[in-house]
Design a protein. Structure first.
Length: 112
């Protein structure tokens, strides 16, 4: 199961800290729970200070239960110990499915 997570930060400095300091350690700790971060992107088309992430949950497990296990863990507390969560103005979560996932063809566009 894939999720698109969209975080809106309160300021540009908060976004910088979130992307450069928080997400690298967060991605590592999520692995212990079988949650794989497929990518993290900054929304550069607006001044909305949004960060988008695609995360993948283990097959045959309920994403909500996996996320709850993580949130109750020492890893969650450690991840968030050095980041003020009030700097996140809003969070959106959407479950998504790939309708076109052909990396070889995408890569081929640039090798001509």
């Amino acid at each position: 199961m894939l999720e698109l997570r969209i975080y809106t930060l309160v300021s540009t400095p908060a976004m910088s800290t979130y992307t450069n300091e928080f997400w690298p350690r967060h991605a590592e700790s999520l692995l212990a729970f079988g949650i794989v971060v497929r990518g993290v992107w900054a929304d550069v088309g607006t001044d909305a200070r949004r960060v988008l992430a695609i995360v993948e949950y283990p097959p045959d497990e309920d994403p909500g239960e996996v996320a709850d296990r993580y949130r109750r863990s020492p890893a969650f507390a450690s991840d968030h110990a050095h980041f003020d969560a009030s700097l996140i103005a809003s969070t959106e979560t959407r479950r998504v499915d790939s309708v076109l996932d052909r990396p070889a063809q995408r890569a081929g566009r640039y090798s001509r």
